[in-house]
Design a protein around this ligand. Sequence first.
Ligand SMILES: Nc1nc2c(c(=O)[nH]1)N[C@H]1C(S)=C(S)[C@@H](COP(=O)(O)OP(=O)(O)OC[C@H]3O[C@@H](n4cnc5c(N)ncnc54)[C@H](O)[C@@H]3O)O[C@H]1N2
Ligand code: MOO
Length: 405
Amino acid sequence: MLTVAEAISRLLDSVLPIRETERVSLSAANGRVLATTQYSTVTVPDTDNSAMDGYAFRFADVKGTDTVLTVRQRIPAGRQGVKLGKSEAARIFTGAPLPEGADTVIRQEWCSTEGDKLKFLRFPEKGDSVRLAGEEVKKGEPVLYAGTRLRAQHLGVAASVGLTGLPVVRKPKVALLVTGDELLMPGNPLLPGKIYNSNYYVLRALLEDFGCMVTDGKTVPDNLHATCSALASAADSHDLILTSGGVSVGEEDHVKTAIEREGKLHFWKIAVKPGKPLVYGEIGKASPGKKGVPVIGLPGNPVSGFVTFLLFVRPYILRMQGVQDVEMKSVQVRAANSHDRPDERREFLRARLNGEGEAELFGNQGSGVLSSIVWGDGLIDNPPGRTIKAGDRVKFIPFSEFFGR
Ligand SMILES: Nc1nc2c(c(=O)[nH]1)N[C@H]1C(S)=C(S)[C@@H](COP(=O)(O)OP(=O)(O)OC[C@H]3O[C@@H](n4cnc5c(N)ncnc54)[C@H](O)[C@@H]3O)O[C@H]1N2
Ligand code: MOO
């Protein structure tokens, strides 16, 4: 069995990055991956301006708190003032440009006025409450880097330098194939021996969360012929095929054999719990110089599907879109309760942070207990063979870490 790290590096080493790009408006760019580094065509801020509502003046005119200046002008944000005369001040508001000659602002709470006379309650320091031109970005500097997954904050920076749209990588086209004779879609009456298909909704939502365009067919029945033909037709027009179920060792599990028939198996089985039987391969007989379409087969157990998606599929599809930093980062916390049964595989246990910042494990760690991932807000990354006692230090990966970047 491969280790988690080996599986991730074999997956990432074989990713074919998508080269096509498109330009989208800023309001359509959330979640997309930036295709080329963006440089600012403006300086931000473009002039020195006030960080406070108060009074702008020339520092050299103020000798002490007994200095009195004369207020000669009023500059709201969006307007421009005129040059300051000797011992003059300007009434100024947050964001308004400093008038020529001014270098310091005193906030209104720290001074007083009588008519047009300004008195100081505190002695300022030179440059107080002034945002200098170019202190954030200078014209020509890079502001956003290729390979960034664009989030609200990146769109804000793009807008702040006047960009209206951005070049992004084309969305990966992913075929989602869910296998299993026992599956019924919600909306149908539940028949004996059947269960509702939850993986379809989980995996579709996850794929969309990470920027994919998802197409799906009917649920694939548990037979080799149907599995082979579903894989072969999905390979036609997709960048990736993601399957659910049918990857274990029973004679009703056909995904691995179908990959071997329709293409090539790269690996099967990872020393991870949940998720051991994950399979990776490609579909389509590779003609010289041409690769097949990658296929990742996730285990059918619902928690296994969710966890292995985050561990293995998420970095894969982000890297397809050009994101370099796809590593999952954990934080060290104390365990609130125990985990008594060690496993030879590296475990990703469902847990949540309590009010003390400790990770509390969900009671039933079964791979089919989907409610554990609703109760939990992250995973404890537990090394092979290790039990956990309350108070032990553990590595915790919040779900937000997977979704945040
Ligand atoms: N003899 C062995 N049996 C199993 C092994 C093993 O090593 N030896 N491994 C177990 C592990 S670990 C896992 S994980 C599962 C993975 O099995 P499959 O990928 O073949 O998944 P299925 O058998 O199709 O289903 C497993 C389980 O999940 C339910 N399921 C499947 N699809 C869905 C869906 N779309 N929505 C909701 N629930 C789904 C299915 O009904 C089963 O209960 O194999 C173990 N067996
Ligand atoms: O890998 Mo399975 O996912 O342990 O149940």
